[in-house]
Unconditional design. Structure first.
Length: 240
């Protein structure tokens, strides 16, 4: 494996007024072997914010199909060995890729996620979220009832998509939760307890506007993967 593997940062973009901040934070990474891929998912607004960055990013336009479809499109266009996802309204801290990749190399990981900051609409930090589990068993138990993993804190080796497939485009709001639970059937998901992402909470964010649909979709995912998670929990209990 290359000592400096390329990391593909995929940014799905749909009518988001913060897209320029997301791109700027990706381009400002201290780790330089990256490519920034912006997938315009049929936007009709704020595309002018991309113009100053067009010569520094790989830009693709596609008809609107949802975040999962934009992520999959970006993954298909990627040339890196690792995938990182950045929402158009969020930001990476400058050391995000460097710190996370070093951690993954140290522990032999091909899938990891991190702690993160909350920021408000103006970009000010308002809080910090760290995992409340310390063992694999506690992690799996948490996943039985919800998704503690912020998708934009995740870094994955591209091999994972070859093994388990990409994001399920039928899961419009829980494609991330679905992929993490599929991933855990084959690989460990390591946690780095450093806040390397700034997650923006604002009035037009999808999590708030589609909360009821998200909750219904999560019940479907939990029903689908609940037995597999309980098997993993029993395995950990047996090793405890």
């Amino acid at each position: 494996m290359s000592a400096q593997p390329k990391v593909s940062i995929v940014i799905p973009f749909y009518n988001c007024e913060y897209i320029d901040q997301a791109i700027a934070s990706a381009l400002a990474q201290t780790y330089k072997n990256i490519e920034v891929i912006v997938v315009d998912d049929g936007s009709t607004q704020y595309q002018h914010l991309l113009e100053p960055y067009k010569d520094k990013i790989r830009y693709f336009y596609k008809p609107n199909g949802g975040t999962a479809s934009a992520l999959n499109y970006g993954i298909a266009k990627s040339t890196g060995q690792y995938f990182a996802w950045l929402s158009a309204d969020d930001r990476y801290v400058p050391e995000k890729v460097e710190r996370q990749l070093a951690f993954m190399n140290k522990v032999g990981s091909i899938a990891s996620h991190t702690a993160y900051y909350y920021i408000n609409a103006a970009g000010g930090r308002t809080g910090e979220i760290h995992a409340n589990y310390t063992t694999k068993k506690e992690f799996y138990e948490t996943l039985l009832s919800g998704c503690p993993i912020n998708g934009c804190s995740v870094m994955l080796h591209m091999y994972i998509f070859e093994r388990i497939g990409m994001f399920d485009e039928q899961r419009r709001y829980t494609h991330d939760y679905d992929l993490w639970l599929r991933l855990l059937q084959h690989f460990d998901f390591h946690y780095l307890d450093e806040s390397l992402l700034e997650y923006r909470v604002h009035g037009t964010m999808g999590t708030l506007n589609h909360w009821d649909e998200i909750q219904q979709d999560m019940l479907v995912i939990q029903s689908k993967y609940g037995n597999s998670l309980r098997t993993l929990i029993e395995k950990e209990r047996g090793q405890g």
